[in-house]
Write a protein that binds this ligand. Structure first.
Ligand code: AMP
Ligand code: MG
Length: 269
């Protein structure tokens, strides 16, 4: 089987039809991936401890997907490896009246992690070129300019010590149907069932076109987009964990220098 790329070089057009949501690489099932996932989660835990101790870099993880795509699942099963003290999750909902009275990046900028911290965006400023575009919540001349605004904003963050990594969790329309049915028939999942999601589903192709533009126009070396095959939850988790390790290993993470003459101190009884 041909290896499926996870990202493309900046400037290259993303065509989501070329990315198979059910791709699992060389792995056949969840069991094959279990050991590597466990090792990866331990590695992520250590890397985050250093990031926190060093206080030099911030890491911003952006999660976008269609409804049921697995944003919550990735946060639980992959980012669950991190120490909660060093992580902040920001979930972006439909903007409030106050948020709408500001520019679209105002609420987003306020949620960017400080140095030493990991910020997870469960949805993000990309909603402003996704749902806003598909639902016509703003006129085209407004959302068209936002790709440039987003690139400039992410550049500012990157120049300020924030490492950005963006995941599009790619599920098929058929898999979404399964997951919506599952939400409908499982009492513990009823709370996740929003009738509104059914309406978004009818605009699937428009969303795919909006995602393709967002991924293509905002895929930069300093803020790359990854297309995660997400029909299989276990493979999705594995791939996200790998990319996070790769991203964090590129930083010069290290524990800070100890206080001078550390060994000369005696601990009082
Ligand atoms: P959930 O993530 O399932 O809690 O749903 C959050 C909802 O907020 C989704 O329907 C999003 O499309 C919506 N949302 C998030 N950001 C925006 C935005 N900037 N404009 C309009 N709707 C948004
Ligand atoms: Mg939802």
């Amino acid at each position: 089987m041909k290896e499926q790329p996870l990202t493309l070089p900046p400037g290259k057009r993303f065509r989501l039809k070329d990315f198979d949501p059910a791709y699992t690489g060389t792995f056949g099932n969840k069991k094959d991936a279990a050991q590597e996932l466990q090792d990866n989660l331990e590695r992520l835990h250590s890397l985050q401890e250093m990031l926190y101790a060093q206080g030099k870099h911030a890491l911003l993880i952006v999660l976008q997907a269609m409804d049921t795509g697995g944003k919550d699942g990735v946060i639980e099963h992959v980012m669950g490896a991190f120490n909660p003290q060093g992580v902040r999750v920001a979930s972006f909902k439909a903007p409030t009246e106050e948020e709408l009275a500001h520019d679209f990046l105002w609420r987003v900028h306020a949620a960017v992690p400080r140095r030493g911290m990991i910020g997870i965006f469960n949805r993000s400023h990309y909603e402003d070129v996704l749902v806003v575009r598909v639902r016509k919540l703003a006129p085209e001349e407004v959302w068209q300019k936002r790709y440039d605004h987003i690139n400039a904003f992410e550049r500012l963050l990157a120049d300020s010590g924030v490492t950005i990594v963006k995941f599009y969790l790619h599920i098929s329309k058929a898999e979404q149907k399964e997951r919506l049915l599952e939400r409908q028939r499982t009492p513990e999942k009823h709370w996740k069932f929003s009738p509104g999601d059914l309406e978004e589903r009818t605009r699937w192709d428009e969303y795919m076109a909006a995602f393709e533009d967002a991924l293509t126009r905002c895929n930069q070396d300093y803020a790359p987009w990854y297309v995660i095959p997400a029909d299989r939850k276990w493979y999705r988790n594995l791939v996200v964990s790998r990319i996070l390790i790769e991203t964090m290993e590129k930083l010069d993470l290290a524990y800070p220098e100890p206080p001078p003459d550390l060994e000369k101190y005696t601990i009082p009884d």
